[in-house]
Design a protein around this ligand. Structure first.
Ligand code: ZN
Length: 351
C-alpha cells in the first residue's frame, strides 16, 4: 500500500482542471510530449482492483487503484500507445541480452490482494498482457490483516460514535465524513509508530471500537498460493514486497534484510523459480535509501521499484535498476488523468 497526505480536494480549481484535462484528452494532447519520453520505461503501480463504493466494502478504500471497468479501459489505452513488457524482458535488457522497445510499459501490483486474481487477472489474460505482483509474503494465505485494513474494518463496523484511545485521548464523530477523518488520522499516526507500539495499538482496536471480527475474514482478502500459481502459469510474474510490510528505513538493517530476503525465499519456494523484482513498501523518498538498495541487490533481486513519480529514462534505469520510478494509479483518476500520468506529466513534479 501507499499512503500520502494529498487527499483529493473537490475545489472549483480541481473541477476546472479536470474539465481542461478531459478536453485536452479528446484531442490527444496528453501525447504532446511523447517524443521526449520515447526512451523511457513507464511502470504503472496498482494495488487493488475493486469498487470501493460497493455495498459491503469495509477495508481501506485509498488502496483501491481502479474499478474493474476502469482498469480494462486503462489496459486498452496502454495497448494502444505503449509496448507492454514483462519484468523478465526488463532484466534481459539490463543484462545486455536484448533491447527495450520505445515507450516500454510494465504493469505492477503491490501487496497481493485477492481482487488482483478475481478482477485484474481475467482482464490481463483476455488481452495477453504480462504483469508483476509484489507480494507481502507473510500476509498471503494468512488471516493477519494489514493494519490499514483492520482500522478501516473496525471503523466501518463500530456501533460507537466515540473512541477513547489507550492514552486517554478521545475522538468523536457526528457523521461518516468525520468518522473517515478520525480513521485516516489514526492510520497516519500508526504509520510512523515503531512496529512494537503499532502492534500493541492495533491489538486493542477491535475492543476499543466494540467490533468482533469473523475468523478467516482477512485471509480471504488476500490471494492464496494456488491462485498465485495459476496466475504464474499464465503470464503473471511475482516479486517481493517484504514479509510484513514494514517501512524499511524505520527498522534495523538486520530486520530490513530479513524482510527483503525472506519474501524472496518464500515466493521462490512456492513457485519453484527465481524471483527477479522487489517493491519497497510505501516507496516514497523517505522509505528507502542506498543501504536498503544494496540489501535488495545482495538478496538476489535484479531490479527494484519505488513510488517516486515515473517514468524512468532507459539511461537512469540502466545506471541504477534499484530505484525505478512508478506511476501511482488511484481509483479517483479519470481516464483523462490516467492518460496524462502515464505520458509522463508528473515526472518532474516533486514525489
Ligand atoms: Zn504495499
Amino acid at each position: 500500500m501507499y499512503l500520502n497526505n494529498n487527499s483529493a480536494n473537490c475545489t472549483w480549481r480541481s473541477l476546472a482542471r479536470n474539465k481542461l484535462l478531459n478536453f485536452a484528452y479528446q484531442f490527444g494532447l496528453e501525447r504532446a510530449g511523447r517524443f521526449i519520453f520515447k526512451n523511457y520505461l513507464t511502470v504503472l503501480n496498482y494495488h487493488r482492483i475493486d469498487d470501493p463504493n460497493r455495498h459491503g466494502f469495509d477495508s481501506f478504500k485509498p488502496n483501491v487503484s481502479a474499478r474493474r471497468e476502469d482498469f480494462a479501459q486503462q489496459m486498452d489505452y496502454l495497448m494502444r500507445w505503449f509496448k507492454v513488457v514483462s519484468i523478465q524482458e526488463i532484466v534481459r535488457w539490463l543484462d545486455g541480452k536484448s533491447i527495450l522497445p520505445s515507450h516500454a510499459a510494465l504493469i505492477t501490483f503491490d501487496d497481493g490482494y485477492a481482487d488482483n486474481f478475481l478482477n485484474a487477472y481475467p482482464i490481463l489474460k483476455e488481452r495477453n498482457l504480462p504483469a508483476v505482483v509484489f507480494l507481502t509474503s507473510g500476509h498471503i494465505q494468512n488471516d493477519a490483516p494489514f493494519y490499514w485494513d483492520l482500522v478501516a474494518y473496525c471503523f466501518y463496523h463500530t456501533p460507537q460514535d466515540t473512541i477513547i484511545f489507550p492514552d486517554g485521548h478521545q475522538e468523536h464523530w457526528n457523521n461518516k465524513t468525520e468518522k473517515d477523518r478520525v480513521s485516516s488520522n489514526l492510520i497516519e499516526k500508526l504509520k510512523i509508530l515503531p512496529d512494537d507500539e503499532k502492534t500493541a495499538w492495533i491489538a486493542r482496536l477491535p475492543e476499543l471500537l466494540n467490533v468482533s471480527i469473523q475468523k478467516g475474514y482477512f485471509k480471504s482478502l488476500m490471494m492464496n498460493w494456488d491462485q498465485i500459481r495459476e496466475m504464474n502459469k499464465n503470464g503473471i510474474d511475482f516479486g517481493g514486497h517484504t514479509i510484513n510490510h514494514p517501512i524499511l528505513t524505520r527498522v534495523s538493517l538486520r530486520r530490513a534484510e530479513d524482510e527483503i530476503a525472506g519474501s524472496r525465499t518464500r515466493i521462490e519456494d512456492e513457485l519453484g523459480k527465481p524471483i527477479l523484482g522487489f517493491a519497497y513498501p510505501n516507496g516514497g523518498k523517505a522509505d528507502f535509501n542506498q543501504e536498503i538498495e544494496h540489501l535488495t541487490a545482495n538478496s538476489g533481486y535484479r531490479v527494484a521499484f519505488t513510488l517516486l513519480n515515473g517514468p524512468t529514462s532507459f539511461g537512469e534505469a540502466m545506471q541504477n535498476p534499484y530505484a525505478i520510478r512508478r506511476v501511482f494509479i488511484s481509483h479517483k483518476h479519470t481516464l483523462a488523468q490516467f492518460s496524462f500520468l502515464v505520458n509522463g506529466f508528473n515526472r518532474y513534479r516533486p514525489s
